[in-house]
Design a protein around this ligand. Structure first.
Ligand code: F6R
Length: 608
């Protein structure tokens, strides 16, 4: 969701914050803003609806210099997208940015209005600002006002608050991501909603727990100080870790979009995953999960991670013969699911900050299940909250539409299943899986080399009315994921269906303007082909992702993407999925959408 950056230090804070916001634009891009103390010691605020570039244009060529600045990229929750509702919200000398939702904002707003406070925006954030300002007006210090105001609000949020009088920045969170960092030699400190904003700028990261008040001021030579809400200093409730993310990993390089770059990274990442878990630092983590002997597995995740969870379910049920359920975390958390202590709670997430997934993990923890994550961001809230973790090792994923994370989630799930089944006790066991991963990586490479074919097909179908992705058995999950990818970035109506389900209703929609992207693997071949005949008979446009050399299928299809399934077995869905990723990418490109920042979306969904 929203991106937050705050900076204090001798470098020009405005530049540092804008640079950080550029990296966080993938978290929200409805509007952006900054506030800072200028050289005359006045609080200045600039904010603008739309992409970050609009804010940069507003700042213009004048060089603003500051030693203390906060900034925000917004993904709107309360209040429409406009300049007024953009963050920061300010009432001299206080300025606030928020990521999250204040659930009791309406009651608090009424109370504050009753006391004469005049609101400018429709946001819940301004309620927090008003609480701080009115508390300070009653004689409390900045620290006391932030602490007491924070204790009055309900809901999950992270706030960063600038005091224009002192230059001090306070930050605090509950159930929302927040990270801060320092650079000793540059004596600067930053706070952000995302460690990615801090890459290359700080050398140490601190992940505070909920309700820890962080002061960033550079006073007393200590750049960052941590307090309990009652003001007790030297609070130690945070995780500290060396900053390892480098900036090179977060550049687009020769690719037009991050999404394309991330699709192309997959072969290398797939190979590196077995190296990490079979010979590298991951060995101990994979060994640690080998002792898990759950009676059932409950997978909770959202979006693409949920579909990866469906692939993992197949692995666990097939390899471990353990029942495994996969649910949308947003449903799981409110459904009162049947959970037993001997079950395993498995949570899959790229960001490790998805609010619903975190709530599902909390629920399982309360019910005393062992909780395990398959997660990309080390140090994220999910990573910290779970009993054990397997990193998916996808590297930084910037494209809002998740691609490489899906593949890595599913493969890490395959390693989990193998480890629980004792497959990796011997070198032969490891080798057989490593060889299969290596074959997958080779096949993806070969597919990427044929990108022109997929691009041509996208050019022919991008103007069609609707898209059905169909697949049977292990290909059903990637039919769902393929449809999600296409609708997210190309803004077309797309649905994923189990091939056999089409005739139970959706087939009513088939006409010559409807495209069926049919995934036909070697398994259940005849049955899937019969389903295709049904589409053909109704003049639907058929794009088949099917076995190479299958003349019958090729003739039946309007467009054919020939795939080499041999030897891939349970990894085949991940291979097919790359073709779907490319198809979505090029369809979106022909439609001219903003591929890396599709409308209405945000990379990390930290609100319910
Ligand atoms: C789809 C997409 C989203 C995420 C979902 C979960 O391309 O990016 O559907 O997969 O919001 O996010 P994480 O994996 O961060 O929990």
């Amino acid at each position: 969701m929203c991106g937050i950056v705050g900076h204090v230090g001798p470098k020009n804070s405005v530049e540092v914050v804008i640079e950080g916001l550029k990296r966080l634009e993938y978290r929200g891009y409805d509007s952006a803003g900054v506030s800072f103390i200028n050289q005359k010691d006045e609080l200045e605020v600039f904010k603008k609806e739309g992409k970050l570039q609009n804010l940069i244009d507003l700042l213009g060529t004048k060089k603003y210099i500051s030693r203390s600045c906060i900034g925000h990229t917004r993904w709107a929750t309360h209040g429409e997208v406009n300049d007024v509702n953009s963050h920061p919200h300010s009432a001299n000398p206080i300025s606030v940015v928020q990521n999250g939702i204040i659930e009791n904002f309406a009651t608090l707003k009424q109370e504050l209005e009753g006391g004469g406070y005049k609101f400018e925006s429709q946001t819940d954030t301004e309620v927090f600002l008003a609480l701080i300002v009115t508390t300070m007006n009653s004689g409390k210090t900045f620290f006391e006002a932030v602490s007491s105001s924070f204790q009055r609000i309900d809901g999950n949020s992270a706030f960063v608050i600038l005091n224009g009088d002192s230059g001090e920045i306070l930050a605090i969170k509950r159930g929302a991501p927040l990270v801060c960092g320092t650079h000793d030699t540059h004596s600067q400190a930053l706070v952000s909603s995302d460690p990615y904003a801090l890459a290359g700028v700080v050398d140490r990261l601190y992940f505070p727990e909920d309700n820890v008040l962080i002061s960033i001021s550079g006073a007393n030579k200590e750049l960052i100080r941590f307090y309990e809400l009652d003001g007790t200093p030297d609070c130690k409730r945070y995780l500290s870790k060396k900053q390892e993310m480098t900036l090179e990993t977060s550049e687009k390089g020769k690719y037009e979009h991050f999404m394309l770059k991330e699709i192309y990274e997959q072969p290398g990442l797939v190979r590196a995953l077995t190296q990490y878990y079979f010979t590298g630092d991951g060995v101990k983590h994979l060994e640690a999960v080998a002792s898990l002997k759950p009676e059932r597995v409950h997978v909770a995740a959202c979006g693409t991670a949920h579909y990866a969870g469906m692939v993992v379910k197949d692995y666990i049920e097939r390899i471990n013969a353990i029942p495994c359920e996969v649910e949308f975390a947003s449903e799981f958390r409110y459904r009162d699911p049947l959970l037993a202590k001997k079950d395993l709670g498995l949570f899959i997430s790229q960001s490790g900050e998805t609010a619903d997934t975190l709530a599902a993990q909390e629920l399982c923890q309360k019910k005393q299940l062992h909780t395990l994550s398959l997660v990309n961001v080390e140090g994220s809230t999910l990573f910290r909250n779970c009993d054990s973790n397997l990193l998916i090792r996808a590297g930084v994923e910037i494209g809002v539409a998740s691609t490489k994370a899906f593949t890595q989630m599913a493969l890490t799930g395959r390693l989990l299943a193998g480890s629980m089944a004792g497959q990796f006790k011997t070198d032969e066991g490891k080798k057989s899986v490593a060889d299969k991963f290596s074959l997958l990586s080779e096949r993806i490479d070969q597919l990427l080399a044929r990108v022109g074919e997929i691009k041509d097909i996208a050019e022919r179908i991008y103007q069609r009315n609707g898209f059905f992705f169909t697949g049977r058995g292990q290909y059903f999950s990637v039919a769902l994921e393929g449809a999600l990818k296409l609708k997210e970035i190309a803004y077309v109506h797309a649905e994923g269906y189990a091939s056999g389900e089409l005739k139970h209703g959706p087939i009513a929609l088939i006409d010559d303007d409807m495209v069926n992207i049919a995934i036909v693997g070697p398994e259940l071949y005849e049955k899937t082909v019969s389903n295709l005949q049904e589409i053909k008979a109704r003049r639907g446009v058929i794009v088949t992702l099917g076995p190479a050399g299958d003349k019958i299928l090729e003739e039946m299809s309007d467009y054919y993407i020939a795939l080499d399934f041999s030897g891939l077995e349970e990894l085949a869905p991940l291979y097919v999925n790359v073709a779907n990723q490319l198809l979505a990418y090029y369809t979106a490109k022909f439609k001219g959408t903003d591929i890396d920042k599709p409308r209405n979306l945000a990379k990390s969904v930290t609100v319910e």
